[in-house]
Design a protein around this ligand. Structure first.
Ligand code: AMP
Length: 415
């Protein structure tokens, strides 16, 4: 199988490692890729959000499967353009990707499908914003309606901060605050059949103890020792299948990766958000434990044959990833700094570039992450931090408490 992988972040590096490790994948091309991906794939230049350009590249490299990593190409219709060339693609149509591209659309689908989620209003002016904030009270949850790379959400007790964010965004979704630990559940689907991966937890806030602003994600671990035993079955029954059925009913079936972000509240799991692609950095840990060949799984989802795919096999133990972020991230990351200690197994590249002389430099906010497995969560955590300690990048920062509460048994479901 010849595979074209679209994207160039940490998620795509993890996907590239999974695809390259599948014996059925003979050739792996990544566009644009990154210096980490370059070790396992041929790199090609492309603008990932240009549907015609990606489709043309898929034809040129004679791809049997195109895997689209990030959300922006999906929302731009890249999957549709590739499918129109008769090439199998892992990633939903632009219509179905609105599940991520518009918070209002997602809420509408959830309401129609009876999916448990926070009550919410879409607001377009200050009066509507004030009414919604009054109704729900603090803590206030204000979300930019459009794509914001995971950074369009403000959760705050400060009314003025909530109002300012709403004014800056224009159209926002304001919703009820959900309390309880968060879970990311990835579901591979061909629109009808759906296969859950291991649930993971990520760390959205920049600082230890969940302090500071939201980021794209500062670390992750899997599995979740504290999760209720029926969690995945319940979410498949109450969230995933009803949502997929509603999208089929609308004539826009969702095929690809359905990311379900949940809060485990006292009244059960509630959807915080849907995404239309693998999450970053949870992908790094989930795929580290997946033993089933990745290319075959994604190809089955892309060709409507997932129902005939054998059950997934998982490695024992746990996986942890710790993100190393650039100085100034998330507000204003500094780029161009030299990185050493990063060319080793377990380092996943996210925002890096390589000079002609081989020097590795930072090129984004989340620069790289140390990903490790171990017989248990504590061992995987220690191994991931050992990787991160060996990386040198001026001004960089990382959280020191990734997976700590789970290791120490401090995560409880309120109620
Ligand atoms: P989102 O981009 O929708 O995932 O939101 C980013 C983060 O904001 C989530 O991971 C949560 O930590 C937080 N968040 C979003 N919606 C809510 C909510 N309704 N209640 C509590 N926290 C929320």
């Amino acid at each position: 199988m010849r595979v074209l992988l679209v994207g160039g972040g940490g998620r795509e590096h993890a996907l590239a490692l999974g695809l390259a490790g599948d014996p059925a994948v003979e050739t792996l091309v990544a566009a644009p890729g990154n210096p980490g991906i370059a070790a396992v794939a041929q790199l090609r230049e492309v603008t990932p959000t240009d549907p015609a350009a990606v489709a043309a590249l898929a034809v040129e490299v004679a791809a049997d499967l195109v895997v689209i990593g990030p959300e922006a190409p999906l929302v731009a219709g890249v999957a549709d353009a590739v499918r129109a060339k008769g090439i199998a693609v892992f990633g939903p149509s632009a219509e179905a990707a609105r599940l991520e591209g518009s918070k209002t659309f997602a809420k509408d689908v959830m309401t129609a499908a009876g999916v448990p989620t926070a009550r919410a209003y879409t607001c377009e002016d200050a009066a509507a914003v004030a009414r919604a904030l009054d109704e729900f009270g603090a803590p206030y949850v204000v979300k930019d309606d459009g794509l914001a790379a995971g950074k369009g959400v403000v959760v705050t007790d400060d009314r003025a901060v909530a109002e300012r964010h709403a004014a800056e965004c224009g159209r926002v979704v304001i919703e009820e605050y959900l309390s309880g630990p968060e879970v990311s559940l990835f579901v591979v689907t061909d629109g009808e059949a759906a296969v859950p991966l291991l649930p993971a937890q990520d760390f959205k806030r920049v600082g230890d103890g969940d302090t500071g602003p939201n980021t794209g994600g500062m670390g992750a671990y899997t599995p979740l020792p504290w999760a209720p035993p029926n969690l995945v079955d319940d979410v498949m029954r109450d969230v995933v299948h009803p949502t997929l059925a509603e999208l089929r009913r609308r004539g826009t079936p969702f095929a690809g990766l359905l990311y379900v972000g949940l809060a485990i509240t006292p009244s059960g799991p509630r959807v915080i958000e849907f995404n239309a692609r693998f999450g970053d950095p949870e992908t790094q840990v989930v795929l580290a434990l997946l033993e089933t060949p990745l290319g075959g799984l994604l190809h089955a989802a892309a060709t409507g044959t997932l129902g005939a795919h054998p059950p997934l096999r998982w490695r024992d133990g746990a996986a942890v990833t710790v993100v190393v972020a650039a100085d100034g991230y998330p507000a204003g990351p500094r780029t161009g700094d030299v990185i050493t200690g990063a060319d080793r197994a377990g380092i996943i590249h996210a925002g890096t570039r390589r000079d002609a002389d081989g020097t590795l430099r930072s090129a984004g906010g989340r620069v790289l992450c140390g990903t490790a497995t171990g017989p248990d969560l504590a061992a995987a955590r220690d191994a991931a931090y050992a990787l991160v300690r060996d990386v040198d990048l001026a001004g960089s920062h990382h959280r020191t408490d990734i997976a700590a509460a789970a290791v120490d048994g401090r995560i409880t479901i309120p109620g």
